[in-house]
Each structure stands twice: as C-alpha cells, then as structure tokens.
Design a protein around this ligand. Structure first.
Ligand code: LLP
Length: 435
C-alpha cells in the first residue's frame, strides 16, 4: 500500500515504523494512519481549491479529536453530519465558524447545538427542516446562514446522467421537479435564515469529471432562476458547494482524478456558467472525505487460522481468518469493496495461493478481501496489511459479536502514538444498566 515500504529484513514499514514494532506496541487489529500523508492530502486540496473557495473535510469518513486538529492546522473547514461529529469537532477546539452541518433529519437538539456553537452554516435538506431551523434561530435571537441541498439529477455511480433515476432518493430538493426553487422561496420568507448558497453532492468514489460538470451547470442554472425571481436579494448566495466524492485507488487499477485538475475544471465551469448569467464568480466549496482519509490509513490484522476448502470444481480455496473483520471493515460485505492485502511481518518467496481473507465474526459474509494471492507458506501469527482503509472503516465500525473496536495509531517520522485506544470489555459493560 501507498506510503509503505519494506525494510531490509522484509518487514513492511509505515512512515518509518516497522509493522512488527507497531503490533508489538499496540496489538492487532490496528488502524494505522500516516499523519504526514493525511496532512499532505489536506494541503493538496487546499492548494487546488483554495484560490477558488474552500475545502470542508467530510468528517464522516473518519473523525477523532486528533484528526480534527490535523484538519484545522492544515487550514481546512469541516463538514459534520450529526450532533456526535459536531461535539467531537468542538471538543477538539475546531473553530465553529469553519464547521458546516449536514443531514436529512437533523433533530431540534442537533440544530440547537449547532446554532448555540455559532457554526458557519447549516445545509438544509427538507421543508420541515427550514421551519425547524428558523424556529431554533429565532429562539437564539440570531439569523443562521444556510445552504440548500439540491439534487441536480446526476447519477454519478453509473456515470450516466439518468435524471429521473437519481431524483428517487432521500437527499435534497429536486431542481427539475421545482422543489429546489420552492425551498429557496421558503428560506427567503424565513426571518431567521439567510440563504448564502446552494449545495449538491452527486455520490462517492467517482473517477470521472463529467458528473461534477453537469451538476455544477445545473446548480448554477438554478442560481440563475433565483436571480431572475429575487433580483438583488440573490446576491447573498455566494457559495456553490459541489460536495465530495473524489475517488481513490483501492487497487492498483483504480485511477483517481488529479485534485488540481478537478479543481481547475470545476472552477472553469462555475465561472463560465456564472458569467453567462452576469453573476460574479461564487465561492466554490467542496467536501472531500475519502480522498483525504482513505489512502493514509491501513489495517493490520494477525492471521489466526488457515483452512483449505475443496471446491465443487475440484480446486481449493484457502480461508485465512484474521482477528477483526466486518466489525472494523463492513465495506467489503456492504459494497463488495475490494482491497489490496499483503503479508507484512516478514518476506516470503513462497508461491502465491488464491486466498480469501475472512474475519472472526459469526457470519459467512464476513469477508475482508474476497480474492487475493497470499504466500503459500502463510502461518498463524503472520501479520497482514490491508491498504486504504482510512475512510469509512473505523467510522462505520460496530461492536458486532461484542468484538472490541481496534485502536487507532498515528505514525510520523518513525514514531507511533495512539489517537484512539482499543475498546475493552469494560467499555462493552459500561453501557449495561444492571451490572
Ligand atoms: N458531502 C456529503 C454531503 C456527503 O454525503 C458525503 C458522503 C461527502 C461529502 C464525502 O464524500 P467522499 O468525498 O468521502 O466520497 N460509506 C460509503 C460512503 C458514503 C458517503 C456518504 N456521503 C463508503 O464506505 O464507501
């Protein structure tokens, strides 16, 4: 995996720290983040988009107090989508003015916490919520800055623009269905809300520019309608937020879009479409999560058992069981996600055997890597490294089967330090009311 190397004795090192040392100090399974790589990705985003607007790190990809500090220090803003993420960000001392709140069903308590903290803006997702936030802001005696999330009718996952298909989902207000302009009217009519922009998020793990371009064009088209209807009042809409979604390389065959190219292309289209409407260039905002947190993170597992299963056709499938699984990485089971896995604790020159890396959970679908080639001399005790697990693995982790969550460590300049400790049985028991 990226950012790793092998030392002379064949042991994988991450940012100068050898895997055997990491597992000795912190045990397995273990999430390891290369701090310099994470920060460099923040910096690259800031450089690419900074001159056009701003970058919000989508904290749903992975958040902890330490991560919030890195993001803050690298000059990015933060997107949170729940009261929990907001609380962690604020606890880390993240400046409230640089936080945006998302979600299709924010509770009154979450809106209340956001307004009380004085966050930058809330991204509104339903008519109910427009009224709800207006009331909350009124109670606090403030006017809250808001964006409206719209669905531009772009189906990014298939790279085909099937507008009707993609309107059929829970997020946002449909542009073509007239719901978006209705939401704009509702916000303009609300005394305690100030509409500062429009937001669209077309999907995740995207490798093509076209989807973003079409979305940008349609969002600016809506801005044009707003200008037509509201004239000078529309000038307060200064932000066009195109969400996250930049794809990363899980396998060598994945080909991510260069960040600078994406930034320039998006800025060009936003500028062109705005100019065509006689509007000034808006602030271009984006919300990458995976592209920042994914590649710098890896998971280390220890092999526990190895079993060869004879297949119907006569071949053999080798099941390599590791000490984690779907509780720390649900993505393979949920999305058929693919990962690169290697033997990390030693060098092997043995021939590869077609293997399946599975977890320790009581479920057949508990697969970490469905098909991979691992050395034929693999033995219990060996340590495997799974690459690019930094986004949506820890953040989607569970306690299924009451398996404790792994620790998370940051490595930098040959040093490792825990940023989240491993869960313990005491943590499991801490929720019990009757002990
Ligand atoms: N902004 C909004 C409004 C979003 O809904 C998301 C992701 C992002 C930004 C960040 O997208 P990214 O740059 O990370 O692609 N659990 C799935 C991914 C779900 C993404 C949901 N929203 C996975 O593991 O692949």
């Amino acid at each position: 995996p990226r950012g790793t190397a092998r030392s002379a004795n064949g042991v994988v090192t991450i940012a100068g720290v050898a895997v055997d040392e990491l597992v000795h100090r912190h045990q397995t399974p273990l999430f390891v983040y290369d701090e310099a790589d994470f920060r460099a990705r923040c910096a690259a985003m800031r450089e690419a988009f900074g001159r056009y607007g701003r970058v919000h790190y989508a904290s749903k990809a992975f958040l902890s107090v330490e991560i919030a500090k890195w993001v803050e220090e690298e000059g990015l803003s933060l997107d949170v989508c729940s009261g929990g993420e907001l609380a962690v960000a604020l606890h880390a001392g993240f400046p409230a003015a640089r936080i945006a709140l998302h979600g299709n069903n924010k509770s009154v308590a979450e809106l209340d916490a956001a307004v009380a903290a004085g966050i930058g803006h809330v991204v509104l997702d339903s008519l109910t919520e427009i009224d709800r936030l207006d009331a909350v802001a009124a109670r606090h005696g403030v006017v809250a800055d808001v964006l409206i999330r719209v669905t531009p009718g772009v189906n990014a996952h298939t790279h085909e623009f099937i507008s009707t298909a993609h309107e059929d989902q829970k997020f946002g207000f449909s542009i073509s269905g007239g719901k978006a302009i209705e939401a704009v009217r509702r916000v303009f009519a609300a005394d305690h809300l100030r509409l500062v922009g429009l937001h669209s998020h077309i999907g995740s793990q995207i490798f093509e520019l076209d989807g973003f371009e079409v979305a940008a064009g349609r969002v600016i088209g809506l801005l044009g309608d707003v200008v037509d209807e509201f004239g000078e009042r529309a000038e307060q809409l200064s932000i066009i937020d195109l969400g996250g979604g930049l794809g990363i390389s899980y396998l060598a065959s994945d080909d991510p879009l260069p960040v600078a190219e994406l930034a320039d292309a998006l800025a060009a289209i936003v500028e062109r479409e705005s100019a065509a409407l006689g509007l000034p260039m808006p602030t271009l905002a984006v919300e990458p999560g995976r592209a920042i947190a994914g590649p710098p993170g890896v998971t280390l597992y220890r092999v526990g058992t190895i079993k060869d299963v004879v297949l119907d056709g006569g071949g053999i499938r080798r099941y390599v069981s590791v000490d984690g699984g779907m509780s720390d990485n649900i993505r393979s089971a949920l999305y058929d996600a693919e990962y690169d896995v290697r033997l990390a604790s030693r060098r092997s020159t043995a021939d590869g055997v077609l293997s399946r890396v599975v977890g320790k959970h009581c479920e057949t679908g508990d697969i970490v890597v469905r098909d991979c080639w691992l050395p034929g001399d693999l033995v219990p005790g060996d340590v495997l490294i799974v690459g690019a697990t930094g986004a949506y693995c820890y953040s989607m982790s569970s306690r299924y089967n009451m398996v404790c969550r792994p620790a998370v460590v940051a490595v930098r300049d040959g040093q490792s330090r825990e940023i989240l400790r491993r869960e313990t049985v005491a943590d499991l028991l801490s929720l019990e009311v009757t002990q």
